[in-house]
Design a protein around this ligand. Structure first.
Ligand code: ES4
Ligand code: ZN
Length: 324
C-alpha cells in the first residue's frame, strides 16, 4: 500500500506555507537574520512540538514565523516545500499564506507574496508542478484588519486565486468576516474557510451560508449533524481533511478514531492534506500512510480521495481533464 500511495500523482489543497518551515531552515534563518528563537537544538524544537489543542500549536507556529524577514527567506521556505512535493509526487498544490503574521512585524506584503510566488513560478518551470495561492485572514484579528489586508492584496490579484480564513477558531465564527468575504466575492476571488476543526458544526453552516465558501477546510465536526451531512453530500462540497493535524492537535485521540472513512463512505467529497507538515510530523504521503495503517482504506478509497482533490482544486476545467 505504501508503494501504491507514493507512486500516485497527487494534489494538495490545504497547506499553510508557514507550516512547512522545517526546524533546520528556521535555525539557519534565525542565525542569518539575528532573530532569537527559544531553542538551542533541533531536538529542543521537536520536543516543543507537543501540542494539546489548536491554540498551543498556533503560539509556536507564529513564533517560528518570526525568522522570516527577506523575500529570499519566503522563497527558500516555499522552495523547500516544493522539494517535498517532488518527493511526495504532488503535481498540483494550493497553498495558504498568512500576510498578517508578517505585516504585523513590519515585513511588507510585497516581500511575502513575491518570495512565495517566485518559488512557485520556478517550481512550474523546473518540475512542472502547478499551484495556486490562497491568502488567509487571521480570524483572531478584527474584520477591519482583514479589510486592510484585503486592500493590500488587490495589487497582486494576478497571483492570488482565493481568500481563506484561519487561526484560532473558537470564539471567532465565520459571521465575524461576512462583509469582507462579500467584498472578496465581488472581486472575483474563490472563497474557502477553516470551519468545524475544533468548533462545532454551526461554524460550517455559517461558512456556507454567510461567507458563501466553495470548500470547507477541515469540516470533520460535520459528522455531528445529520442534516449538514446530507447537504454536504447533496452539494458535494469539498472538505480538505488533515489527518496528522487532527491527531497532533487532539481533535481525535488517535488515527483509529479519525472519522475520514465514515465521511467518505457516506458519500462526502473528502480530500487528504498535510496542513502544517513541518509541525505535524509529515507531508502528504505520511498522512495517507498513517491512515492506511490504522483504518481500512481500500485502494479504491485512496484513488477516490486523490481524484476528489484534483476535482475540487481551483485548476480550470480544461486542465482538470488532463489531470484526472
Ligand atoms: C492552522 Cl491547523 C490550523 N488551523 C487553523 N489555522 C491554522 N493556521 C495554520 N494551521
Ligand atoms: Zn489549516
Amino acid at each position: 500500500m505504501k508503494e501504491f500511495i507514493k507512486k500516485l500523482p497527487k494534489a494538495e489543497l490545504h497547506i499553510h506555507i508557514e507550516g512547512a518551515l522545517e526546524p533546520d531552515l528556521m535555525f539557519r534563518l534565525a542565525t542569518k537574520n539575528n532573530i532569537k528563537i527559544p531553542y538551542q537544538t533541533i531536538e529542543e524544537v521537536k520536543a516543543a512540538y507537543n501540542f494539546t489543542n489548536l491554540q498551543s500549536f498556533l503560539d509556536i507556529y507564529y513564533a517560528g514565523a518570526n525568522v522570516l524577514i527577506t523575500k529570499n527567506d519566503f522563497y527558500d521556505m516555499t522552495w523547500a516545500y516544493i522539494l517535498k512535493c517532488v518527493e511526495n509526487n504532488i503535481i498540483h498544490t494550493e497553498i495558504f499564506f498568512d500576510p498578517q503574521t508578517h505585516t504585523s512585524r513590519g515585513i511588507s506584503f510585497d516581500t511575502v507574496i513575491l518570495g512565495i510566488s517566485e518559488a512557485l513560478k520556478d517550481a512550474k518551470e523546473k518540475y512542472s508542478i502547478t499551484s495556486n495561492i490562497i491568502m488567509c485572514f487571521l480570524r483572531h484579528l478584527s474584520q477591519e484588519e482583514a479589510f486592510k489586508t484585503f486592500e493590500e492584496c488587490l495589487s497582486h490579484k494576478d497571483k492570488i486565486i482565493g481568500i481563506g480564513l484561519d487561526s484560532s477558531e473558537l470564539g471567532h465564527p465565520p459571521s465575524k468576516f461576512k462583509e469582507v468575504f462579500q467584498k472578496a466575492k465581488e472581486e472575483g476571488f474563490k472563497l474557502v474557510a477553516h470551519a468545524g476543526e475544533e468548533a462545532d458544526y454551526s461554524y460550517i453552516y455559517e461558512a456556507l451560508d454567510l461567507l458563501d465558501i466553495q470548500r470547507i477546510d477541515h469540516g470533520v465536526q460535520a459528522i455531528n449533524s445529520a442534516d449538514l451531512m446530507q447537504r454536504l453530500k447533496d452539494e458535494q462540497i469539498p472538505l480538505t481533511v488533515c489527518p496528522n493535524s487532527n491527531i497532533e492537535l487532539k481533535v481525535f485521540d488517535n488515527y483509529k478514531q479519525h472519522n475520514i472513512k465514515k465521511l467518505l463512505d457516506y458519500g462526502l467529497n473528502v480530500t487528504v492534506n498535510s496542513d502544517d507538515p513541518a509541525y505535524f510530523k509529515g507531508y502528504l504521503n505520511d498522512n495517507f500512510i498513517n491512515l492506511c495503517e490504522n483504518i481500512d482504506l481500500t485502494k479504491e478509497d485512496i484513488i477516490k480521495l486523490i481524484r476528489n482533490s484534483f476535482n475540487s482544486s481551483f485548476i480550470s476545467q480544461e486542465f482538470k481533464n488532463e489531470y484526472i
